[in-house]
Design a protein around this ligand. Sequence first.
Ligand SMILES: *[C@@H]1O[C@H](CO)[C@@H](O)[C@H](O)[C@H]1NC(C)=O
Ligand SMILES: *[C@@H]1O[C@H](CO)[C@@H](O)[C@H](O)[C@H]1NC(C)=O
Ligand SMILES: *[C@@H]1O[C@H](CO)[C@@H](O)[C@H](O)[C@H]1NC(C)=O
Length: 320
Amino acid sequence: MESKWCVFVAMAMFMLVILVNGDDETSAVKPKVKIVKGKKLCDKGWECKGFSEYCCNQTISDFFQTYQFENLFAKRNTPVAHAVGFWDYHSFITAAAQYQPHGFGTTGGKLMGQKEVAAFLGHVGSKTSCGYGVATGGPLAWGLCYNKEMSPSKLYCDDYYKYDYPCTPGVSYHGRGALPIYWNYNYGKTGEALKVDLLNYPEQIENNATLAFQAAIWRWMTPDKKNQPSAHEAFVGKWKPTKNDTLAKRVPGFGATMNVLYGDQVCGKGDDESMNNIVSHYLYYLDLMGVGREEAGPHEVLSCAEQLPFSQAPTTTSSS
Ligand SMILES: *[C@@H]1O[C@H](CO)[C@@H](O)[C@H](O)[C@H]1NC(C)=O
Ligand SMILES: *[C@@H]1O[C@H](CO)[C@@H](O)[C@H](O)[C@H]1NC(C)=O
Ligand SMILES: *[C@@H]1O[C@H](CO)[C@@H](O)[C@H](O)[C@H]1NC(C)=O
């Protein structure tokens, strides 16, 4: 009897030692590791699954936690906000888990991961803000105030895509989500990628915050056109600019993410107000996350004021 008890206590202490040792400085979760062709691949369970090199470093929840999400989006649940109770940290992390094995927030080490999360959320905050000049807490405290366009003036049905992405009668394809989706073809493409029928049921985006974040991160991670980078690749520097890109002043960094996502709507127009608003959110979040805006780099990397849109090739001859 007594000796069994001793064995039990000894085993319990042994396991405690393993648990303490498992908690190393790079991560709270001890990864499963294997080496394939000289490359170290890891699996960290639910947040970074499937043996990827990106799962060997810190994952997003190691450096971005609930209280930080609450700081960034401090006003989203105040009574005047328009999506009270909808957005939360859990839905963001759950959605991000699917893309971390592909490098979202897990490329290049902790600092780059923090910066990418701030950059992605900077876009999200800017697009979902109801902050204005005199809003309490300042105009940047109001990200994730919306989850949909409030008074759409049209159905956003483009008949040009009637064969690939036909509009469902009576359904409206107005803006919804974290990086709002507009138009039947964008709902169609996103739905195809996420294997959700968004063409018939686009309202799923405004009813499910995990799906809304998933759609937004998919957009961030996916090039819109051939021979263009994704916003992710443009941000972390996986994208190598061509000669034309260089001539068009397109350089890797935050500015290029705006170019990928919005092109001529915000880029190449000088000191554009909506461009500045996106940049301001990014810098504000870098500060709140404890990274500091000085990590954002110089103006020509941060801005796309002078960049030609990706869709546009530089003219080699002078236009004068
Ligand atoms: C892991 O982090 C280190 C720096 O901490 C970085 O050099 C390396 O590129 C990262 N691995 C991946 C796959 O991004
Ligand atoms: C919300 O979306 C996620 C991700 O697509 C899905 O796993 C989940 O089942 C959805 N929740 C509901 C209640 O439909
Ligand atoms: C570079 O731009 C020129 C037009 O200015 C175009 O003809 C050429 O195909 C482009 N090259 C690449 C690699 O995109």
